[in-house]
Each structure stands twice: as structure tokens, then as C-alpha cells.
Design a protein around this ligand. Structure first.
Ligand code: FEO
Length: 395
């Protein structure tokens, strides 16, 4: 779909198939948009980013009375195939189109699409389209090393690539048009997008925010999700907060990763949930594998404390819980106040595996307790005592 942003700038918005996994990994039952932008100067027209393989923007161009032949310049803010997969076909139709991108992107352009003649931008290089100027702003590692933003100084618009993006499909295009339901959707879908896609690059996000703050920003147009024009500061501050969770401080909340085979671990987890409620502590419980690691990442990323509840499975931790912890580690989750408990029968083993993983993640471990069956009174007392320390950490 095509939408007007200004008199000479258009959004080409493509909706991902909700049944697919984004990046082949993350569920998007509420959708995600892929945003590209057409900037028409008095002399030249530039398309900023493209779309996944099998799709094109022919219809959007037609809406403007244009075809691919009318695009003079292709700007690629980064090379991930959600924004470039369709270029394989596009380059067959426009083999000589000038491409502007970063040096790293120029090598990826060869590896992926065998296009060898990209114009490698210099930081803050300008390109005059005739009364409208594009400025190329390197934003490395947000989310890939090749990433840049493209800024239109006459309008104060930053096309920010994956920075300031979100999962979630909305009918609204701009922040000031959002319904209450859309706002509610984006509350979690922005944080899930951040935790799933951007989190490991949080230090680079903070640098990108510094770079963006040096520009006069009237509008932020990311490559996924809503466009921000009424409250640019809101999304910048939100992303700053999300990036700050990497090293802390974080929200005074507890996330529990809960795996249970036959209910013995869940029974004790339910008691802890009640205890947290009584103490007025905010707690998110994410069942693994039932709810999915994508949602665990979202909640754990913002939380100061991580409780892992998982049974022993063949002398080690329940495999799905191990996978979930490994993913948390890969995404840069570290330093949380943490504890472990779980039921076992003919042997323990999960607690030791948790301790090894927790060490890798530099978690601040209160205790790790395997117990037989439903646990003795002494086992339960140990779990409750550890949980008291977790609650104290978020009060
Ligand atoms: Fe939306 Fe990193 O691609």
C-alpha cells in the first residue's frame, strides 16, 4: 500500500504474512509491516529500501503514475533480506540502477545479489535530488553492521532502518492516528521486537540515539511499524530505556521461565506466583515451550529478576528450558537477580546445569534447588527463602 508522508515523500508499506515466522524464528500473529520510502526531488527520485523476495512495489509505483524505470537511485539502509530479497528480480529489470549504501552493505550486495557497482557512502554524505537532500547517517550494528539511516534535512525526517521499529500491524500509519487498541498492541510488540531483534546491539542503539539527537528530528520513519511525527521524543526515550536494560537499571519486575512436565514444578511455581501477588511484586510467567521464547525474551529483557523453574530431564535440565536460557544469553541478557528450582525423581541435575548457564550470563544467583517429587518441607522452605530475596530485589 502507498501512503503520502509529505507532498513528495511516500511510504510503501508491505505486510508480512502473519502465518510466517519473522527471520524464520519469531511468531508474528499480529503481523509486521516492512516500510520502504519513495522520495521525489525536482530532478531525481530515490527509493529507500525494498521488500522481501517474491514481492515488489510495482502497484505502489503505479499509484503514483510511475514504474521501476522512474526510480533514479536506490538507497539501501541495510541489506537484511526482509528489505532486499525482491532485489534479485528488481536488478534484472534495472541492472544499472545506482545503489547508495555503506561499505559493509556493498560487500553483502555482491554476496547476495552479485551487484558490484554500489556507491559507498561517506558518513553524512549528501545527495541532492533537486530541492530535497538525502544525508546518509551511519548507524552501525542497529541491527546489522551495514546499517545506516537516511535523513531529509528539508523535512527533518529520519528513515531510521530497524531502529525505532516494532512488530504489530496497525491500520494507522502515524503515531497520532493510533487507536487505543493499536497503542496497547504496540506496547508489547515494540518491546518484543526490540528484545528479539535489536537487544544484543543495545550499546550501538545508544550511540545511534546520540547520532540521531544531533539532527533536527520532526519525523522518525522506521523500516517496521508505526511512523512517529507527533511524539518523536516518546519513541526515542522508549528505545533509550530498552537499550539501558542491557546494563541496567531495569524494571522492578520478575520474569519466571516455567517448564513443567507433569505439574510438580508448576505446583510450586503457582505458590510463588501467589506469594509475589501478596507481596505486591509484579511477575510475568512465561511457559516454555508453550508460550514461546520470543515472549520470554520480551518480558525477561525488561525485568530485574529472572526465576527459572524447570524439571530435571534425563539427569540435566529440561531441554526446552536450556534452549530458552541459551537464547536469553545470546541476546545479551545478563546480570539479573536469579534463582532456580525444579522437580526431579531418580536424579537431580537441572540445578547444576542452571548454575553453569547462569555463570555464563553473569546472573546474580540467590540459590538453585533440585527437589525429589513434590519436595520435602525443607526443600520448599529453601525455595521460599530464595524467592523472598528475589522479591526483595524488586521492591
Ligand atoms: Fe528489518 Fe534487520 O531488517
Amino acid at each position: 500500500m502507498k501512503y503520502s508522508i509529505t507532498k513528495n515523500i511516500s511510504l510503501f508499506r508491505y505486510q508480512y504474512d502473519k502465518k510466517k515466522l519473522f527471520e524464520g524464528a519469531w511468531p508474528i500473529k499480529d503481523g509486521v509491516s516492512v516500510n520502504a520510502y519513495l522520495v521525489q526531488g525536482n530532478e531525481k527520485t530515490a527509493l529507500i529500501d525494498y521488500v522481501e523476495e517474491g514481492a515488489s512495489f510495482d502497484e505502489e509505483l503505479k499509484d503514483l503514475g510511475l514504474t521501476v524505470e522512474d526510480i533514479d537511485i536506490l538507497v539501501l539502509n541495510h541489506m537484511e533480506p526482509d528489505h532486499t530479497g525482491g532485489l534479485r528480480d528488481f536488478f534484472k529489470r534495472r541492472p544499472d540502477i545506482p545503489v547508495y549504501c555503506t561499505k559493509v552493505a556493498s560487500t553483502e550486495l555482491i554476496s547476495l545479489y552479485d551487484k558490484k557497482d554500489a556507491h559507498v557512502i561517506k558518513p553524512m554524505e549528501e545527495l541532492d535530488l533537486g530541492g530535497t537532500t538525502l544525508t546518509f547517517v551511519p548507524l552501525p550494528n542497529v541491527h546489522w553492521p551495514d546499517t545506516m539511516g537516511t535523513y531529509v534535512k528539508e523535512e527533518g525526517i529520519l528513515f531510521s532502518c530497524d531502529a525505532f521499529g516494532a512488530f504489530g500491524e496497525t491500520k494507522s500509519v502515524f503515531d497520532d492516528e493510533m487507536t487505543d487498541d493499536e497503542r496497547k498492541l504496540l506496547e508489547t510488540e515494540t518491546e518484543r521486537y526490540y528484545a528479539n531483534i535489536v537487544a544484543p546491539f543495545s550499546n550501538f542503539v545508544l550511540k545511534a540515539i546520540d547520532a540521531a539527537s544531533a539532527l533536527e528530528l520532526k519525523m522518525i520513519c522506521p523500516s517496521h511499524g508505526i511512523l512517529w511525527r507527533k511524539d518523536v521524543k516518546f519513541i526515542v526515550d522508549w528505545y533509550k530505556r530498552l537499550a539501558t536494560y542491557f546494563a541496567g537499571p531495569r524494571e522492578k519486575e520478575i520474569t519466571m521461565l516455567l517448564s513443567s512436565m507433569y505439574g510438580n514444578t508448576k505446583a510450586l511455581a503457582d505458590e510463588l506466583v501467589k506469594k509475589a501477588e501478596e507481596a505486591g511484586a509484579k511477575m510475568h510467567v512465561v511457559r516454555i515451550p508453550d508460550d514461546g521464547v520470543s515472549f520470554l525474551l520480551e518480558k525477561a529483557w525488561r525485568s530485574e529478576a529472572l526465576v527459572v523453574a524447570a524439571p530435571t530431564y534425563e539427569k540435566a535440565m529440561f531441554p526446552e528450558a536450556v534452549y530458552a536460557m541459551d537464547l536469553l544469553a545470546r541476546k545479551g541478557l545478563k546480570g539479573r537477580k536469579s534463582m532456580f528450582f525444579g522437580s526431579s525423581l531418580w536424579s537431580g541435575g537441572a540445578a547444576n546445569e542452571y548454575k553453569a548457564l547462569a555463570e555464563k550470563m553473569a546472573l546474580d544467583v540467590v540459590d538453585a534447588i533440585d527437589y525429589r517429587g513434590v519436595g520435602t518441607e525443607a526443600d520448599r522452605a529453601k525455595v521460599f527463602a530464595a524467592f523472598d530475596q528475589i522479591i526483595a530485589a524488586v521492591k
